[in-house]
Design a protein around this ligand. Structure first.
Ligand code: PRP
Ligand code: ADE
Length: 171
């Protein structure tokens, strides 16, 4: 199945000069969405994670679907002021700005194997921030998975040391 054909390029969104890869056509196609989640899960068949950690908002779409499929827990990483219990936070750079993300401090345990998931890898800032948060709590990174990698932004370079699995490469 050609998943790339269901990713739409939007020029100058959300800022001039950005080519935004819109995943909504893929999400709206039931067979394609199902296939995309299956492809991501297959990459981690031998990783044996106990939890998936993903950042809002688009990370939740694939993170929650994968957690359901793999029958493991899901940990939401959220923007400030959204999580009700005690949190740790991280501020990171994005392709089009900076942002802060928070995670509940009891969400992952020391030594627990965690799979970090997102819809898309651009500069790598978001994943780097989430990985830093997870490691703050002494958890082990079992893998990093995205549906789409924007090869031309070289985000993987900022995530050296981690093995990133990407289903679709856009370059
Ligand atoms: C998008 C996307 C990734 C991140 C990738 O999220 O869902 O999380 O950007 O970019 P990076 O590799 O340069 O960090 P965004 O912050 O736009 O928020 P959203 O999921 O709420 O749309
Ligand atoms: N997140 C960060 N950069 C992006 C891009 N170019 N397209 C879609 N999502 C993004």
């Amino acid at each position: 199945m050609d998943l790339r054909a269901l990713l739409r390029e939007i020029y100058d969104f959300p800022k001039e000069g950005i080519v935004f890869l819109d995943i909504t056509p893929l999400l709206g196609d039931g067979k394609a969405f199902h296939h995309a989640v299956d492809m991501m899960a297959a990459r981690f068949a031998d990783a044996n994670p106990t939890k998936i950690v993903a950042a809002e908002a688009r990370g939740f779409i694939f993170g929650a679907a994968l957690a359901y499929k793999m029958r493991i827990g899901f940990v939401p990483v959220r923007k400030p002021g959204k999580l009700p219990y005690k949190t740790q936070s991280v501020t990171y750079d994005l392709e089009y700005g900076t942002d802060t993300l928070c995670m509940h401090e009891d969400a992952v345990l020391r030594g627990e194997k965690v799979l970090v998931v997102d819809d898309l890898l651009a500069t790598g800032g978001t994943l780097k921030g989430v990985l830093k948060l997870v490691e703050t709590f002494g958890a082990e990174i079992a893998g990093v998975g995205v549906l789409v990698e924007l090869d031309f932004l070289n985000g993987k370079d900022s995530l050296n040391g981690y093995s990133v699995q990407s289903v679709v490469h856009v370059g």
